[in-house]
Design a protein around this ligand. Structure first.
Ligand SMILES: [Zn+2]
Length: 459
């Protein structure tokens, strides 16, 4: 069984069940998929056969980041002048972007997944959840299957959110007809994907989440049947909540989104919502009572110019919190490391207007690691400790970028920000990114193939 001994790490950010803390000048040993030991001077003469020794002097070693909200397919609409949030209303933006989304081919879904996951891995992310809700009829039925294939190629731990929309525009949704599904078809494909891919065992690399896109674009039965399926099969639930739709839900159903979902049972410790920036304190307390988690995506808050998510209140009420990039339609990067920094800065900006204190930089590191793991229902990832999955990344701090910053490794990412790709990313005990390369893969060729898939779609 192969493994690695990282020797003399300048700092390892460990959590052995008692909170995040820094251990300086320690060794870290992995065996197979797991962290085996973290300590001073692990005996070199008693290592398991096949262990590779790497000098980690100068490295800060962190638990791998866990991304809890994304839409990989949107990578192909980045950096377009005609999709400028500051010049468009949400409706105008939707009218422009959905015709683009509906043209994507199966190859686009595969290549955009590779594109997003490659960027995530370069910046220390080791587990990715994707909310794939775009199923244009011409693109076929294998889009999430192709995402699992892309994750396998890169070695990414992947949780696939099977999204979908069922309500036609004629009944008030914003979804073009060619992207609509029936509830039966949606539920049947969720069941198929769970049967084929969902692995609930420790160190699982593949899980499936039932994730109808958002209540405002689906029939009530779609959400009710999602709850039944997920509870029956023991998988997680996810959807978009509190990003401007609550007044529409109030007018349509007589209750805002949080109450609507609570009534349906689409809430609980097995459920996490994305965004939640427009929620009242009462709604946040309701979610805290049911154990429902929040994936906070800071970048769309900047772009949309909406209410700033009240993370201090969420934290004070005991909500489980994780971080997400969100899709490239409302965040032009797939860099969760950057989002961890921007999430902290965003809260500082409005701190004087808050009833509760801004969570600390260390809290933001926790949201991006063990917090995300909690949202995904995982107790085997998100922390560096013996017995946990060997998911980690390393930053060589012997660079000008880090001079004067090494006092506090716990706060480095949130306060300083990490501008460049990390020096090493390990997932499930395998190094998938090191020294600027994906070992065994040709990045230039992958980029060319992705551009070629994009070029075949006439936007
Ligand atoms: Zn989203």
């Amino acid at each position: 069984m192969s493994g690695y001994l990282l020797t003399n790490c300048a700092a390892a950010i460990v959590d052995e069940g008692d909170g995040l803390r820094v251990r300086r000048n320690v060794d870290l040993l992995t065996v197979g998929s797991a962290i085996s030991a973290i300590g001073v001077d692990i005996a070199r003469d008693a290592l398991p056969a096949g262990t590779e020794v790497q000098d980690a002097s100068g490295w800060f070693v962190y638990p791998g980041l866990v991304n809890t909200h994304h839409h990989f397919f949107q990578c192909f609409v980045r950096n377009r002048a005609d999709l400028d949030w500051t010049k468009l209303s949400v409706i105008e933006w939707l009218d422009r972007i959905y015709p683009i989304f509906s043209q994507l081919t199966e190859a686009c879904f595969y290549q955009s997944s590779l594109t997003a996951m490659a960027e995530l891995i370069k910046h220390g992310c080791t587990t990715a959840f994707d909310h794939q809700y775009n199923f244009p009829r011409h693109a076929g039925t294998q889009l999430i299957d192709r995402q699992f294939e892309a994750a396998d190629l890169l070695g990414m731990r992947f949780h696939a959110g099977r999204g979908g929309n069922t309500l036609p525009k004629s009944e008030g949704s914003t979804i073009p007809d060619e992207m609509l599904e029936t509830t039966d078809a949606f539920i049947a494909d969720c069941a198929r994907l769970i049967d084929r891919y969902h692995d609930a065992r420790p160190f699982s690399m593949r899980q499936v989440v039932v994730a109808p896109c958002q209540p405002v674009n689906c029939y009530r039965e779609t959400f009710a049947e999602s709850v039944s399926l997920a509870r029956d099969r023991g998988v997680m639930l996810h959807t978009h909540v509190g990003e401007g739709e609550s007044p529409v839900m109030q007018a349509r159903h007589g209750r805002r989104t949080v109450d609507y979902l609570e009534e349906l049972g689409f809430a609980g410790p097995d459920t996490f919502y994305a965004h939640c920036w427009e929620l009242t304190h009462d709604e946040l307390r309701t979610m805290a009572r049911s154990g429902t988690g929040v994936s906070h995506c800071p970048e769309p808050v900047y772009l949309v110019g909406a209410e700033v998510t009240d993370l201090p209140a969420m934290s004070a009420f005991g909500l489980r919190l994780g971080l997400g990039c969100d899709g490239a339609a409302s965040n032009d990067n797939s860099n969760l490391m950057h989002c961890l920094h921007s999430a902290y800065m965003l809260q500082c900006l409005v701190s004087s207007r808050r009833a509760h204190p801004v969570p600390s930089p260390v809290d933001f590191l926790r949201y991006g690691t063990s917090g995300g793991a909690s949202l995904l229902g995982r107790s085997d990832i998100g922390r560096l400790a013996p017995g946990m999955a060997a998911d980690l990344f390393a930053i060589d701090t012997r660079r000008m970028d880090y001079v004067g910053t090494r006092h506090d490794p716990l706060s480095l990412i949130a306060r300083v920000g990490i501008g460049a790709p990390v020096d090493m990313t390990m997932i499930n005990g395998r190094i998938v990114w090191q020294n600027g390369e994906f070992p065994g893969l040709d990045e230039a060729q992958m980029a060319a193939d992705a551009e070629a898939a994009l070029a075949n779609v006439a936007f």
